[in-house]
Write a protein that binds this ligand. Structure first.
Ligand SMILES: [Zn+2]
Length: 228
């Protein structure tokens, strides 16, 4: 049975690396994949991983219709055995519905990869729709780590080095062009306290920076302003 599978996690959890691995394994078996992405860090029409791997992909912008595209391709005599959709958090709910139709009506496996929640800890619309529709949701096991060493479960956005919790969900054409915008993965506790690595490094909470009086650092102790 073809399926719609959603591989989810935080930033830095290895989603794109797994997408490329699935593509490699299947093409090595002679299967034909069609790869889509949006706003990949490597630019338009590219799917890349932080480990340096990259492959060509079809850029699926907000007007793109996955189902219609696949139907056109198949009608023209093309072959597709599976579909990979990376950066799926950026898809609209309607586009995720199209992916479900690709599975159900065309009998093609769809593997979607995406970040679950944004920097405000809210579900991306595309990820929400995938959780609602997917036959299978996998939380990736390659764990990103917070600066404190705990499992990083949340994405933080920084502007000018300070963590922010308000603003547009997607900063289009962002990080490269706007060097003041950055992202960092944190555990929930440090996300709630808005304590990024840089902010923690400036104070006595960092495990690497002992306080000036020479006492051992208090790992994960009280945040500035009071106890947790
Ligand atoms: Zn932490």
């Amino acid at each position: 049975m073809p399926e719609l599978a959603f591989f989810s996690g935080t930033m830095d959890c290895g989603k794109s690396t797994l997408a490329l691995q699935i593509q490699h394994n299947r093409s090595a078996r002679g299967l034909m994949g069609m790869i889509f992405t949006r706003n990949d860090r490597a630019g338009q029409g590219r799917l890349s991983s932080r480990l340096g791997l990259v492959t060509d992909a079809i850029e699926a912008d907000e007007r793109f219709d996955f189902h219609a595209h696949l139907v056109r391709h198949l009608t023209a005599g093309g072959r597709v055995d599976y579909v990979i959709a990376d950066e799926a958090q950026f898809l609209s709910p309607a586009q995720v519905d199209q992916l479900a139709r690709v599975v159900d009506d065309l009998g093609i496996d769809v593997f979607a990869f995406g970040i679950t929640t944004d920097f405000r800890t809210r579900l991306f619309p595309g990820s929400q729709r995938l959780i609602e529709l997917a036959d299978r949701v996998e939380v990736l096991q390659v764990e990103a780590l917070c600066w404190c060493g705990a499992r990083a479960t949340h994405n933080a956005r920084t502007v000018g080095g300070r963590m922010v919790v308000e603003g547009a969900q997607v900063v289009v054409g962002d990080v490269g062009a706007r060097a003041d915008v950055g992202y960092e993965v944190l555990c929930r506790r440090h996300h709630r306290r808005r304590l990024t690595a840089a902010a923690a490094g400036a104070g006595p909470l960092s495990p690497d920076v002992p306080p000036a009086d020479g006492r051992p650092p208090r790992l994960g102790g009280t945040a500035p302003g009071g106890p947790a």
